[in-house]
Design a protein around this ligand. Structure first.
Ligand code: NI
Length: 188
Protein backbone atom coordinates (compact mmCIF):
# COMPACT_ATOMS: atom_id res chain seq x y z
CA UNK A 1 0.00 0.00 0.00
CA UNK A 2 1.25 3.44 -0.87
CA UNK A 3 1.24 5.58 2.28
CA UNK A 4 3.12 8.50 0.77
CA UNK A 5 1.58 11.87 1.44
CA UNK A 6 2.21 14.51 -1.17
CA UNK A 7 2.49 18.24 -0.75
CA UNK A 8 0.21 19.66 -3.42
CA UNK A 9 0.77 22.81 -5.45
CA UNK A 10 -1.75 25.55 -4.69
CA UNK A 11 -3.63 27.33 -7.50
CA UNK A 12 -3.51 31.12 -7.32
CA UNK A 13 -6.32 33.56 -8.04
CA UNK A 14 -6.59 34.03 -11.79
CA UNK A 15 -6.38 30.30 -12.54
CA UNK A 16 -9.72 29.19 -14.04
CA UNK A 17 -10.02 26.17 -11.72
CA UNK A 18 -10.84 28.58 -8.88
CA UNK A 19 -13.81 29.94 -10.84
CA UNK A 20 -15.41 26.60 -11.80
CA UNK A 21 -18.21 24.77 -10.03
CA UNK A 22 -16.72 21.61 -8.53
CA UNK A 23 -18.15 18.18 -9.36
CA UNK A 24 -19.90 15.93 -6.85
CA UNK A 25 -17.78 13.02 -5.64
CA UNK A 26 -19.51 9.78 -6.61
CA UNK A 27 -17.13 7.14 -5.25
CA UNK A 28 -15.82 8.45 -1.96
CA UNK A 29 -14.11 5.16 -1.07
CA UNK A 30 -12.09 5.18 -4.31
CA UNK A 31 -8.38 5.12 -3.64
CA UNK A 32 -7.68 8.26 -5.69
CA UNK A 33 -10.25 10.19 -3.63
CA UNK A 34 -8.90 8.88 -0.31
CA UNK A 35 -5.34 9.81 -1.21
CA UNK A 36 -6.45 13.26 -2.40
CA UNK A 37 -8.04 13.75 1.06
CA UNK A 38 -4.77 12.69 2.77
CA UNK A 39 -2.76 15.02 0.54
CA UNK A 40 -5.12 17.94 1.20
CA UNK A 41 -4.74 17.43 4.96
CA UNK A 42 -0.96 17.24 4.62
CA UNK A 43 -0.88 20.36 2.44
CA UNK A 44 -3.12 22.51 4.67
CA UNK A 45 -1.13 21.53 7.78
CA UNK A 46 2.14 22.34 6.04
CA UNK A 47 0.78 25.77 5.00
CA UNK A 48 -0.51 26.38 8.54
CA UNK A 49 -3.95 27.05 7.08
CA UNK A 50 -7.24 26.27 8.76
CA UNK A 51 -8.91 25.00 5.61
CA UNK A 52 -8.32 24.05 2.00
CA UNK A 53 -10.61 23.05 -0.86
CA UNK A 54 -9.86 20.62 -3.69
CA UNK A 55 -10.14 23.28 -6.44
CA UNK A 56 -7.23 25.05 -4.70
CA UNK A 57 -5.04 22.10 -5.69
CA UNK A 58 -6.39 22.01 -9.27
CA UNK A 59 -8.96 19.27 -8.56
CA UNK A 60 -12.50 20.42 -9.34
CA UNK A 61 -14.23 18.14 -6.83
CA UNK A 62 -16.60 18.86 -3.94
CA UNK A 63 -14.11 18.15 -1.16
CA UNK A 64 -12.64 20.43 1.46
CA UNK A 65 -10.80 20.13 4.75
CA UNK A 66 -11.62 22.11 7.90
CA UNK A 67 -8.57 22.16 10.15
CA UNK A 68 -9.07 24.72 12.87
CA UNK A 69 -6.26 24.58 15.41
CA UNK A 70 -4.61 27.17 17.67
CA UNK A 71 -1.15 28.10 16.45
CA UNK A 72 1.16 31.06 16.21
CA UNK A 73 -0.97 32.62 13.52
CA UNK A 74 -4.35 31.84 15.15
CA UNK A 75 -3.88 31.61 18.91
CA UNK A 76 -7.64 31.78 19.52
CA UNK A 77 -8.72 29.21 16.97
CA UNK A 78 -10.79 26.32 18.32
CA UNK A 79 -9.08 22.94 18.21
CA UNK A 80 -10.63 20.37 15.90
CA UNK A 81 -9.22 17.34 14.13
CA UNK A 82 -8.67 17.88 10.38
CA UNK A 83 -12.16 17.17 9.07
CA UNK A 84 -12.78 16.14 5.45
CA UNK A 85 -16.08 17.50 4.12
CA UNK A 86 -17.45 15.91 0.94
CA UNK A 87 -20.46 16.92 -1.21
CA UNK A 88 -21.53 19.65 1.24
CA UNK A 89 -24.63 21.80 1.17
CA UNK A 90 -25.35 24.84 3.30
CA UNK A 91 -29.08 24.48 3.95
CA UNK A 92 -29.50 27.60 6.07
CA UNK A 93 -27.57 30.85 6.50
CA UNK A 94 -28.45 32.98 9.54
CA UNK A 95 -29.52 36.50 8.70
CA UNK A 96 -27.20 37.75 11.38
CA UNK A 97 -23.73 38.30 9.96
CA UNK A 98 -20.32 39.09 11.44
CA UNK A 99 -17.38 40.90 9.90
CA UNK A 100 -13.98 39.33 10.49
CA UNK A 101 -10.59 38.83 8.87
CA UNK A 102 -9.92 36.18 6.25
CA UNK A 103 -6.99 35.20 4.12
CA UNK A 104 -6.75 32.58 1.41
CA UNK A 105 -3.93 30.26 0.39
CA UNK A 106 -4.79 31.14 -3.22
CA UNK A 107 -4.38 34.88 -2.49
CA UNK A 108 -1.17 35.11 -0.45
CA UNK A 109 -0.36 38.43 1.20
CA UNK A 110 -3.93 39.76 1.11
CA UNK A 111 -6.44 39.98 3.95
CA UNK A 112 -9.96 41.32 4.07
CA UNK A 113 -12.83 41.95 6.44
CA UNK A 114 -15.45 39.54 5.16
CA UNK A 115 -19.10 39.43 6.22
CA UNK A 116 -20.35 35.89 6.93
CA UNK A 117 -23.45 34.40 8.49
CA UNK A 118 -22.92 33.84 12.18
CA UNK A 119 -24.54 30.40 12.13
CA UNK A 120 -25.19 27.92 9.34
CA UNK A 121 -26.89 24.56 8.96
CA UNK A 122 -25.08 22.08 6.75
CA UNK A 123 -25.17 18.57 5.35
CA UNK A 124 -22.14 16.70 4.04
CA UNK A 125 -20.52 13.28 3.80
CA UNK A 126 -17.41 12.19 5.64
CA UNK A 127 -14.58 10.14 4.09
CA UNK A 128 -16.44 6.93 4.84
CA UNK A 129 -19.45 8.23 2.92
CA UNK A 130 -21.59 8.68 6.05
CA UNK A 131 -24.02 11.58 5.97
CA UNK A 132 -23.91 14.34 8.56
CA UNK A 133 -26.28 17.15 9.47
CA UNK A 134 -24.66 19.83 11.59
CA UNK A 135 -24.95 23.37 12.78
CA UNK A 136 -21.86 25.57 13.08
CA UNK A 137 -21.27 29.02 14.44
CA UNK A 138 -18.51 31.61 14.61
CA UNK A 139 -15.06 30.60 13.46
CA UNK A 140 -16.00 27.13 12.21
CA UNK A 141 -19.04 28.51 10.36
CA UNK A 142 -16.71 31.06 8.74
CA UNK A 143 -14.25 28.39 7.56
CA UNK A 144 -17.12 26.28 6.21
CA UNK A 145 -18.58 29.22 4.26
CA UNK A 146 -15.16 30.19 2.86
CA UNK A 147 -14.41 26.63 1.68
CA UNK A 148 -17.93 26.04 0.39
CA UNK A 149 -17.54 29.15 -1.76
CA UNK A 150 -14.37 27.63 -3.28
CA UNK A 151 -16.51 24.68 -4.48
CA UNK A 152 -18.80 27.16 -6.23
CA UNK A 153 -16.10 29.18 -7.97
CA UNK A 154 -16.21 32.03 -5.45
CA UNK A 155 -13.48 33.68 -3.38
CA UNK A 156 -13.81 36.10 -0.48
CA UNK A 157 -13.45 39.12 -2.76
CA UNK A 158 -16.89 38.19 -4.10
CA UNK A 159 -18.37 38.54 -0.60
CA UNK A 160 -17.05 41.95 0.41
CA UNK A 161 -19.29 44.86 1.32
CA UNK A 162 -16.62 47.24 0.03
CA UNK A 163 -13.29 46.96 -1.77
CA UNK A 164 -12.03 49.23 1.00
CA UNK A 165 -12.13 46.17 3.27
CA UNK A 166 -9.08 44.71 1.46
CA UNK A 167 -5.71 45.06 3.18
CA UNK A 168 -2.21 43.93 2.32
CA UNK A 169 -0.87 41.61 5.02
CA UNK A 170 1.76 44.08 6.23
CA UNK A 171 -0.89 46.74 6.89
CA UNK A 172 -3.25 44.16 8.38
CA UNK A 173 -0.54 43.17 10.88
CA UNK A 174 -0.10 46.81 11.90
CA UNK A 175 -3.83 47.15 12.49
CA UNK A 176 -4.20 44.02 14.57
CA UNK A 177 -1.18 44.87 16.68
CA UNK A 178 -2.64 48.26 17.59
CA UNK A 179 -6.38 47.52 17.76
CA UNK A 180 -8.15 44.64 19.32
CA UNK A 181 -10.54 44.49 16.38
CA UNK A 182 -9.86 40.86 15.84
CA UNK A 183 -10.95 37.76 17.57
CA UNK A 184 -9.94 35.38 14.87
CA UNK A 185 -8.37 35.54 11.50
CA UNK A 186 -8.28 32.71 9.08
CA UNK A 187 -6.38 31.65 6.02
CA UNK A 188 -8.03 28.97 3.92
NI1 NI B 1 -9.40 30.11 0.41
Amino acid sequence: MNMTKNLLQIALLGHPVLRKKAQRVKSIKERAVQSLIDDLIYTVMDANGVGIAAPQVYRSLQIFIMASHPNERYPNAPEMPATPVINPKITHYSEETELDWEGCLSMPGVRALVPRSKTIKVTFQDREGNKHCDEYEGFIARIFQHEYDHLNGLVFFDRLDSLKDIYMEKEYKKIISTHKLVRYDIIC
